[in-house]
Design a protein around this ligand. Structure first.
Ligand SMILES: [Zn+2]
Length: 241
């Protein structure tokens, strides 16, 4: 039982160290993630707008080509007006000329509307550019900070993680899964000691009889109040050394 308790407490101490390293990084990892997300959202909205602008410009070019064709035809019809032989031919020609006029006007109006929309979208894109630049700069600074912090503790963390693998192997499977469960539920601390007759996890005062049992290590005890594993003080001291 003593070894079982020692392994659990040792694992807790190692995880405490890892938690400390994590805390050192603070909100940075989250900040970086948030900024990356914000940037990618902005960039994809810019991309979508740019794609629409391109599509619109292509449509305008098609319209321009059409208009040129109509103009050419119109010129031809107008030239033919001088050599008409009868009214019917004349009417047919003027009708074609008017139709070409209409087609041209229709495309002119459509192109004006398209251009207006394109300009509005271009203005939108330009208006988010400074925001994108700002985020990029902030992101660059935060990423650099995070990298520095990770790098400074890299070797330390690696060593702790190696220790953790070794210690975890010593912990009983059932104890480990319970340990992980408590750790998750209690925000880190799953194994505690007794200090001034109370659980160091939740300060619940442990009855004298139970304290005795804990010291005797008859079995694996958990705090009646918070559910954490309780390790006798002398075992904890031994592990700490
Ligand atoms: Zn407790």
């Amino acid at each position: 039982m003593r070894d079982r308790l020692k392994a659990l407490y040792e694992l807790q101490l190692i995880d405490d160290q890892l938690d400390e390293l994590e805390a050192l990084r603070g909100d940075l990892p989250n900040n970086v993630k948030e900024l990356q997300l914000k940037l990618s959202q902005l960039e994809s909205s810019v991309d979508a707008k740019q794609a629409e602008i391109d599509e619109s410009a292509a449509k305008r070019a098609l319209n321009e080509a059409d208009m040129e064709k109509f103009l050419e035809n119109q010129k031809k019809y107008k030239a033919q007006l001088y050599s008409v032989k009868n009214n019917k031919e004349y009417d047919a020609l003027t009708k074609s000329i008017d139709q070409a006029d209409e087609e041209i006007k229709k495309r002119e109006m459509e192109n004006a509307a398209l251009l207006e929309r394109e300009l509005a979208m271009k203005a939108d894109i330009e208006s988010v550019a400074p925001q994108c630049d700002e985020i990029k700069e902030e992101l660059k600074a935060k990423e650099a900070d995070l990298k520095t912090i990770i790098k400074s503790s890299e070797r330390e963390e690696l060593k702790i993680r190696e220790d953790r693998v070794r210690v975890e192997a010593k912990v009983k499977k059932a104890d480990l899964s319970k340990y992980l469960h408590i750790r998750k539920a209690k925000g880190g601390k799953a194994v505690v000691t007794i200090d001034r007759k109370a659980c160091t996890g939740c300060h619940y005062v442990i009855p004298p009889q139970r304290q005795l049992e804990i010291r005797r290590m008859d079995k694996l005890f958990t705090c009646e109040s918070c559910g954490r594993f309780i390790v006798p003080t002398d075992v904890a001291d031994e592990v700490k050394q």
